[in-house]
Design a protein around this ligand. Structure first.
Ligand code: GLY
Length: 360
């Protein structure tokens, strides 16, 4: 079964992609492991908590419950958890297990990054989106009112355990949200993965184990390679933000309450595809294929009523905006993207307009 090495200056670790991977948890506990804290959501814990409990066998642990939702991915919750941990006697040997979707893995990872200046974390993602993206690569943090993921830290985990068994209970909307990140991986780095998503839609929606394992493993392979090449996003890692610059603007504009992150990324991929095509960078057929695949896995909730000018203004608050120049990740063919900071505002506006019109 696939195991993908992630080698970074901070830490080398493994992403295990395997049915039943959670049962291997004890193999990845540090030798001198103090008190264990599982950060999770009650709905996830009710469905799958027994898998963690039995993997930890006789080891005692505490559970920190997070209310869930992108709107709650705020620093105030991290502080509350840290206070709880301190009351329960956490010290530098303590371990956090982040067990949930991308919001939990981001926030739980950040809690580990800052508690006593850093304690270890094991990531166990339970949504497709977290399995193929959020839980891997050490990005942790949360949202400010001003924008998405504007506080955080790079804190690499001891291991990432990716168990496709837990996807069976995922609501369809959550599953679909993760599929857009898989499509993203295809567009940025693997035409074969993109073509699988294009041709095997029914099998993907039917959760056929072979196809699910393939798309998860391919996404994890791509992401592990990118993070190994560039942990801190000074170069190559920026390609993983394809669709995210526009998507984050949409999430912030709707106060994180209207779209799941993956849905906003889907809209962002659409806008970036229109932009790449309008700038003459992307062949028309590739543009049509990307939009057709987004439609095949859609629709996302309506964007009706969202003002294009507000979204455009929000782009300036993105982390990738440096000295008022927005850095866009744009496709040049299916399987390759480039970063451009010299894009005319009128072209950006036209791409936003088209993407809004298509999703209203
Ligand atoms: N989700 C983008 C990254 O991890 O770099």
């Amino acid at each position: 079964m696939p195991r993908f090495p992630v080698a970074t200056p901070q830490r080398n670790y493994t992403a295990v992609v395997e049915r039943g991977a959670i049962s291997r948890l004890a193999e990845f506990l540090p030798a001198k492991c103090g008190r264990i804290f599982v950060v999770t959501e009650s709905a996830v814990w009710d469905l799958h908590g027994d898998r963690v409990r039995s993997a930890l066998n006789q080891t005692t642990f505490d559970t920190l419950f997070f209310a869930g939702g992108e709107a709650n991915k705020r620093i105030s919750h991290v502080e509350q958890f840290a206070e709880q941990m301190a009351e329960l006697g956490a010290d530098r040997t303590s371990l956090i297990i982040a067990f949930g979707g991308g919001i939990v893995t981001d926030l739980g990872g950040f809690l580990a990054a800052i508690y006593m200046r850093g304690i270890p974390v094991i990531q166990i993602p339970t949504t497709l989106l977290a399995q193929v993206d959020a839980a891997l690569g050490g990005k942790t943090g949360g949202n400010l009112v001003a924008g998405k993921n504007l506080f955080g830290s790079f804190h690499q985990p001891l291991a990432v355990l990716i168990d496709s068994d837990v996807l069976a209970t995922l609501p369809e909307r959550e599953y679909r949200a993760g599929l857009y990140e898989v499509i993203k991986h295809g567009v940025i780095a693997s035409e074969p993965l993109f073509r699988v998503m294009e041709s095997k839609r029914d099998a993907v929606f039917a959760l056929e184990p072979k196809i699910v394992e393939h798309m998860v493993a391919e996404s994890v392979r791509i992401k592990a390679e990118v993070v190994t090449a560039d942990e801190r996003e000074s170069g190559l890692r920026r390609i993983l933000n394809f669709g995210h610059t526009f998507g984050h603007a949409l999430e912030a504009e709707t106060k994180y309450s209207h779209f799941l992150h993956g849905e906003a990324v889907s809209w962002g991929i659409r806008a970036a595809t229109h932009l790449g095509a309008a700038l003459g960078m992307l062949p028309e057929q590739d543009s049509r294929d990307i939009l057709a695949v987004l439609n095949a896995y859609g629709p996302i909730p309506s964007v009706a009523g969202i003002a294009a000018e507000s979204l455009q203004a929000r782009l300036l608050k993105d982390k990738k905006t440096i000295q008022a120049r927005v850095h866009f990740v744009l496709p040049v063919r299916i399987g390759e993207v480039v970063v451009r900071a010299d894009v005319p505002e009128a072209a950006v506006r036209a791409a936003i307009d088209r993407a809004l019109a298509e999703c209203s």
